[in-house]
Each structure stands twice: as C-alpha cells, then as structure tokens.
Design a protein around this ligand. Structure first.
Ligand code: 13P
Ligand code: SF4
Length: 388
C-alpha cells in the first residue's frame, strides 16, 4: 500500500497545535484507542504513546487492551503487522504513515526464502516435496534446518517459519530462540539480519568462522559450496540494519581513548567486531535498563538509534551518555511517523474513518501466529552476555 500525501491543512500546522490536536483526538477516542510507540520514535510522538517499548515488549503490549477498537502503532510496518497477527479481528491496527518500513526487513522476501529452502533441501537431502510446496521438514538428525526469523521481517516470512517448525525472535530473546531451534534441528537458517544471527551464535559459544556461513540470496547456494553448507551450524541471511551498520570498532576504541572508564553498550544488530569490543550488548529495553540502573557519574557510549540515545541523555542527567557515532544516525523509516501523520490518523479515526489499516491476510496470519506465539512462549534472556 502506498502512503497518499497528507491533506494540506496538516502540512502547515505548527508543533504545538499538532500536539494539542493529537491529545484532543486521543481524548475523544478514549478507551477505544491504544497508542504504541517504539523507543526509536521522536519525543514528539513518544509523549503521546500509551506504551513505549522495543519490538518484544510492544508485541506483548499490543495484547493488553482487547477492548480497544484501534491500535495505532508508531513504529514500522512489520511491527504493525505483528500487532495485527497477535490481536483479535475486531481490533484494527493503524500505521500512521504507510511508508514507514524497515530496510532490513526488505532484504529478505518470501520468494528468496523459498528458493533458499529448496536449495538447502537439495544439498542436505531433504525429502522432495510431492506437491511443489515445501512442507514442514521433520528430517533426520544431521539434515534438518530450523528457520528462525527476526521479528524485523514481513508477515509471510513469519508464516514460513511457523509452517516449517521454526520461530520468530527479537533481539531480546534471540539466544533463547536460537537455542530452542538447535535443540530441535541440526542447523539454523537465520534471516534477515546476519549480525544478530552471528552475535547470537557467538553468545551461545559457536565460532563465526568455523560454524557460520552467509547466504547471499542473489547467488546459487547463497554463494557457498555444498560441503560448507553441510558443515555449517548457522546459515545467516545477508541482511543488515543500515542504522546499526554505521557503528564501528574504531568508534569504540576512540571513545575509550577520549573517555577512560567509559562503558560501551551496543545493540546486537552491530557488527561482531564492535560487539566483541563492547562491554555490553543487548536489545533496546536492555540498553535502557543498563543506563537507567547505572551508578551516578558513570559514562556510556551507546551504539544505537539517536532518538533513543538522546532520550537516555535527557532522562539520566546524573550520567554522561553519548552516541558512539559522532555523526547522528536516526532510523529514517521510523522517522516517517511525523506528528502530523499521527494527528491526521487519529482525527480520521475520531471522525469515524479508518485510515492506514494494516491487515495481514488470514492464510498468512494462521502460520505467522504460530511462529509469534512460539516466540512469546520463550522467556527472554535476563541480560545479554558478552560476545568473546
Ligand atoms: P529492538 O526493538 O528489538 O531492540 O530492535 C531494534 C530495531 O532495530 C527495531 O527495528
Ligand atoms: Fe529497520 Fe534498522 Fe530502522 Fe530497526 S533501526 S526499523 S532494523 S532500519
């Protein structure tokens, strides 16, 4: 679905008036509405969120108000899809700007994943599917691959993993989800973020060089030999987050030089060379908890999205908090949820018109729900561990 331009009146509203009108529309909708805001949203959006959280927490929060008619998701498209999958049909999920996607999620599509699955089946000797559709594989030990998708993926990829015995994960529970998968199969096909897959495998004690290969969807066998695929434990999709890819090992070393005693804290979507150097790595909620609970006077170099880092600075005036990358790096797609879009969407809802509803088709929803329920049934890790 394409985002149509906003009606003229919304493009000329000033910040204070937009905020006032958002509050008024929220008040008019009352308990019919819940607004969810991802931590990477700007402050002008977060101030109107009933719940703020990372991907894992917001997937849980989406279910907290079954009486609400509308869930307005201030995040990106895959998050709104997940909320639609996890909530009953009478609840309508709205994404204020349909152009708010995720460049990482776009790096894997269902055709590429099906093609990868078919090729892996040929190399690893799975039974050939009789009807051309790849049925769930319950292969013998040594040949089975369990697909795990990061929640940053389209709903049909979540359905794929649900149907093929796999699970969704977020950065909060990736180690638990991958361990769960390896308890059930011999290998993991992890998509679309190679970095989260690699860091998670390393956290679990696997060697990136020996045990992991990268699957390039544009090359036969993902750019690997059959022998290498047979030997690997982790088949990591060649995808990445354009925000977290900006953080580097050199930046961490420079921060240590400039601020002796600094704690380097990064998201596991960053490259493993940086994650290894960092003192801590973990999901967005984990990053917030680490800084919030730290002793006054401590110094934190944080490798994640700038809206979150700026908010951490403001909310922790007794500590020094700065972004690891001196050039600021917002997530440009999260940023598309401008307050004027939120204002427009809420005012249309209050006027009785549902705009920008995100609807996952029933056939996709069925298996995607299986995969998301599996994810939610796996307890998140209490704390992310250091990657050696
Ligand atoms: P979390 O919300 O799981 O920390 O992931 C960060 C992110 O990149 C969201 O798109
Ligand atoms: Fe996607 Fe990265 Fe933006 Fe998250 S921060 S929505 S992974 S592009």
């Amino acid at each position: 679905m394409r985002q149509l331009p906003l009606p003229e009146e919304y493009t000329t509203l000033d910040e204070a008036e937009t905020s006032r009108r958002i509050s008024a529309a929220k008040a008019a909708l009352g308990s019919r509405l819940v607004v969810l805001g991802h931590h990477y949203q700007r402050d002008e959006i977060i101030q109107h969120a009933d719940y703020r959280g990372d991907s894992y927490k917001l997937a849980q929060d989406a279910r907290k108000h079954p009486e609400a008619e509308f869930i307005v998701f201030c995040g990106v498209h895959f998050m709104a899809e997940s909320a639609d999958i996890l909530t009953p049909d009478h609840q309508k999920v709205v994404l204020p700007n349909l152009a708010a996607g995720c460049s990482m999620a776009d790096m894997a599509n269902i055709f590429q994943v099906r093609a990868a699955w078919r090729q892996l089946g040929e190399v690893l000797g799975w039974p050939t599917p009789a009807n051309g559709t790849n049925r769930p594989v319950v292969a013998e030990k040594g040949a089975s691959v369990i697909p795990v998708t990061y929640i940053n993926s389209a709903a049909n990829l979540k359905a794929f993993v649900g149907e093929h015995g796999g699970t969704v994960c977020t950065s909060t529970n990736a180690p638990v989800a991958v361990k769960w998968a390896l308890d059930r199969g011999d290998k993991v096909l992890f998509f679309p973020d190679q970095h989260l897959g690699r860091n998670t495998g390393a956290t679990l004690g696997y060697d990136p060089e020996r045990d992991m290969v990268v699957w390039d969807p544009f090359k036969p066998l993902g750019g690997n030999t059959a022998d290498r695929l047979k030997q690997a434990k982790f088949i990591l999709w060649k995808g990445h987050c354009s925000v977290h890819a900006r953080f580097t090992l050199e930046q961490a070393l420079a921060a240590r030089e400039a601020h002796p005693g600094v704690k380097v804290l990064v998201h596991p979507e960053c490259d493993i060379s940086l994650v290894r150097e960092a003192d801590y790595n973990g999901s967005t909620e984990y990053i917030i908890r680490m800084v919030t609970e730290a002793a006054p006077g401590t110094v934190w170099a944080v490798g994640t999205e700038i809206n979150l880092v700026s908010r951490l600075q403001k909310e922790n005036p007794d500590k020094t908090v700065f972004c690891l990358d001196p050039q600021i790096c917002p997530c440009s797609t999260m940023y598309r949820i401008h307050p004027s879009f939120l204002c427009w969407a809420l005012e249309r809802l209050a006027a009785g018109e549902v705009v920008n509803q995100v609807v996952v088709p029933d056939d996709v929803k069925k298996w995607a729900l299986v995969a998301l329920e599996r994810m939610l049934s796996l307890a998140p890790v209490a704390a992310a561990s250091h990657v050696d």
